[in-house]
Design a protein around this ligand. Structure first.
Ligand code: SF4
Ligand SMILES: [Zn+2]
Ligand SMILES: [Zn+2]
Ligand SMILES: [Zn+2]
Ligand SMILES: [Zn+2]
Length: 752
């Protein structure tokens, strides 16, 4: 396999200069010594408190490792506490034993001159020997931290002079750096060809800047050795596949392979430049180069779209879609739809122009598609992509299509009218929500995610990416979860109960302890040195599956139950609807823009509410059995009583109907709840609600229910205030009513 990208452009002469300019000074060094505990290039510090070295094995630096072994390998934790932290290069060197002499020791623990003088004097007893001391010399040793007198005119003390000679008399700066990092692991790039050395330096620099993956000298040493042996001048002289195929066993493990691929990617990015200018003409777009963040390695590959004229149109369409803000997921579907269009339309791939797209061709395409993709919903989405493509080509005159080159609504497959309910049956939910089973989730992040999904119905991708400071309070002190609705690209809030609040607070603590600078509530545990990245949804899916298996969760028939993360969302919605939370409120709780989606749940509820209610009586939403008789007249009475209890709370859009929010502390906070109020579009509801409330009050008064009447008076007053405010606002408001949720900023409790 040959990578087209790697061979596409010949390496031009200006390239090395450009590379040189891109590599920062510290990564241009021939020998690169990472700082101790550097999160990317280094290793954690030695476990001995006060030791300045990096750990190498078992949490100890080589010096302490040696001492610990010499001490007979005692219990390491205890030993570490008592060990002398000083290591070579940091322990002061001993001076000559003659009082006031500051030269280093040479022989007999005396300096060079005094050792000779002592020999000459016939080695007398030291306390009776009083030699001359040569006054104070001009300089002390130039190695920082060494206090010995300099000798032999290179500026070093006796010992450092010897070591300097052994190193081949390097420059003073180099020698000082060498001493300071003595014993530390290092990237030794000296044997590499000059350009290759720069390239590796650049790749290391990119790794540091990306701040994700640890790359220590040891981990890529086999790779560097191989590069030296290969005699290569540049990584770009061979495609990645060829490099990988030639790696020796020692270098053919994950880290060096990944580093090699990464280095080549970084270099290609630098060489070919980023942005549309360079990327558009390619047939494989690297989204990273187009500024699409968060999808490091993602590509859009158009090579399978044939022939070239269709590929050019496909690229043009995708670029236009991207500039309209269409997300990566959709773009991938778009691309795939066009690949299949080119494969499934007879003769298209070998055609010379858009004339080939006539009605006959499109019908043949539809027929083939129906065979290849039997599922109507999937096929319909695919046909939708192609329809949009043809439409855009015609609308923007990118090419002259035959007049009949379009698809119509009647070309779409028929779809089932009512989608099957996707909520998790309460029978299964009862098992999932049992405290014993919840306690079996060992990872607290997963446990919290499960609770969040059950209680708020958030999408899993929104829940994993919750910010660390995701809790907000309204003026009444009621708590909301603030999240980013990634699908709709907007911020949203959902009310939460005290229990969930407490769980989130505990997690905030946990996260802050492990990652003091983290911005996310649930950080991923690997390749994430600063806690910037959230736990991947894949981790959740995996652990959810394992948990279901460990708990042996079954359906009513005793079969193992299969549950997906997204089903929790349908479950939350269904529960709300079945507890008669008004559709409008559910829509806002789920942060749906249109009513269509929410209406699906409601329609379901129309026919099943009574059954659902009866089932809810047997097992309530927390899985606890409820002790009432279900059969007989009592059941009807109970049912009515429950409805009545809810009807008492007449509020703007019905009533505060969140029975799941058992511990919501502020019933009256509903009136300031951002989910409820103050956009003018709801005025009719508010007015009608006012009438209803008043009717309720007078009925309550006639029946002598003073308490009920009183409660609803407060409601009446609040409604009057709301209506009055909205009516005034409506006159000032100049925003389009369509975006009323953010209109005028008049929502009473916008997140602080
Ligand atoms: S007060 Fe009512 S509407 Fe407001 S958050 Fe609590 S339950 Fe929801
Ligand atoms: Zn140490
Ligand atoms: Zn001396
Ligand atoms: Zn010295
Ligand atoms: Zn859904």
């Amino acid at each position: 396999m040959v990578s087209v990208e790697a061979l596409a452009t010949p390496i031009e002469s200006g390239w090395v200069a450009r590379l040189g300019a891109a590599v920062r000074q510290e990564f241009r060094a021939e020998v690169l010594v990472p700082a101790v505990a550097d999160p990317i290039l280094g290793s954690p510090g030695c476990a001995v408190p006060g030791c300045v070295r990096s750990s190498r094995y078992a949490g100890l630096c080589p010096a302490h490792l040696g001492r610990w072994r010499k001490a007979g390998r005692p219990d390491r934790h205890g030993w570490v506490k008592t060990a002398d932290p000083e290591v070579m290069g940091y322990r002061p060197l001993h001076s000559c034993l003659v009082p006031d002499c500051g030269f280093g020791q040479h022989r007999y623990r005396l300096c060079y001159r005094h050792s000779h003088a002592w020999d000459k004097a016939g080695r007398p007893a030291v306390d009776r020997w009083k030699p001359d001391v040569a006054g104070t010399p001009a300089a002390v040793c130039a190695i920082p931290g060494c206090a010995l007198w300099a000798e032999l005119d290179a500026g070093w003390c006796h010992s450092h002079h010897r070591r300097w000679r052994l190193r081949g008399c390097p420059s003073a700066a180099e020698f000082i750096a060498y001493c300071a990092s003595y014993g530390e692991d290092r990237f030794d790039l000296r044997p590499l060809a000059p350009q290759l050395r720069l390239e590796i330096g650049y790749a290391l620099q990119c790794r540091v800047d990306a701040n994700r993956t640890r790359t220590t000298p040891r981990s890529i040493k086999p790779l560097l050795d191989h590069l030296v042996a290969s005699g290569a001048e540049s990584l770009l002289e061979r495609p990645l596949a060829e490099w990988l195929a030639g790696l020796p066993a020692a270098a053919s493990v994950n880290t060096p392979r990944a580093f090699l691929g990464y280095a080549i990617e970084c270099l290609l990015d630098l060489r070919d430049g980023t942005g549309w200018d360079s990327e558009y003409q390619r047939d494989v777009w690297r989204l990273r180069r187009l500024g699409v963040s968060g999808h490091d390695g993602a590509k859009l590959d158009f090579t399978a779209v044939h022939p070239v004229w269709l590929r050019e149109l496909a690229k043009r369409w995708c670029r236009w879609r991207m500039s309209c803000g269409v997300g990566l997921g959709q773009l991938r579907s778009d691309r795939l739809a066009l690949v299949r269009l080119s494969q499934f339309t007879p003769g298209l791939a070998s055609s010379s122009g858009p004339d080939a797209l006539d009605r006959a061709a499109l019908e043949a395409y539809l027929a083939r598609l129906a065979v290849e993709i039997p599922h109507p919903k999937t096929r319909s989405a695919e046909i939708g992509c192609v329809t949009g493509f043809l439409h855009a080509v015609r609308q923007h005159r990118w090419a002259s299509l035959p007049a009949e080159a379009q698809l119509y609504p009647s070309d779409q497959p028929r779809r089932d009218e009512t989608p099957a309910p996707r909520a998790i049956p309460e029978f299964v939910m009862g098992q999932l929500e049992s405290p014993a089973n919840l306690d079996r989730i060992s990872d607290p992040r997963i446990r919290l995610l499960v609770e969040v999904l059950i209680r708020t119905g958030l999408r899993i991708g929104d829940a994993t990416r919750l910010a660390l400071d995701c809790l907000v309070r309204d003026p009444q002190g009621a708590v909301y979860l603030r999240y980013r609705n990634h699908k709709m690209r907007r911020d949203a809030v959902v009310p939460i109960d005290d229990e969930l609040t407490a769980m989130i607070q505990t997690q905030q603590e946990r996260t802050r302890q492990r990652f003091p600078t983290a911005a996310v509530l649930l950080p991923r545990s690997s390749a994430n040195p600063d806690g910037r990245l959230p736990i991947p949804t894949a981790t959740f899916h995996l652990q959810l599956g394992q948990w279901l298996e460990t708990c042996g969760v079954t359906d009513e028939l005793g079969q193992p139950a299969y549950v997906t993360a997204h089903q929790f969302r349908h479950t939350a919605a269904t529960r709300w609807i079945n507890h008669e939370v008004p559709q409008e409120v559910v829509r806002r709780l789920l942060d749906h823009t249109s009513h269509t989606m929410t209406a699906v749940y409601a329609r379901l509820a129309d026919t099943t509410i009574r059954e659902q209610w009866e089932r809810a009586q047997k097992i309530n939403i927390r899985g606890e059995p409820v002790d009432i008789t279900v059969d007989g007249p009592l059941a009807d009475g109970e049912w009515m009583k429950q409805n009545l209890a809810r009807a008492k709370m007449a509020l703007p859009n019905g009533y505060c109907g969140l029975p799941l929010q058992k511990s919501c502390p502020h019933a009256n906070a509903c009136l300031t709840c951002p989910l409820f109020i103050t956009t003018a579009e709801f005025l009719p509801q508010h007015r009608k609600q006012l009438d209803d409330t008043r009717a309720l009050i007078s009925r309550a008064q006639t029946d002598g229910h003073t308490r009920l009447a009183e409660m609803n008076r407060t409601v009446e007053t609040n409604l009057l205030t709301i209506i009055a405010t909205l009516e005034t606002d409506q006159r000032d408001c100049r925003c389009a009513a369509a975006d009323s949720e953010t209109c005028c900023g008049k929502e009473s409790s916008d997140a602080p």
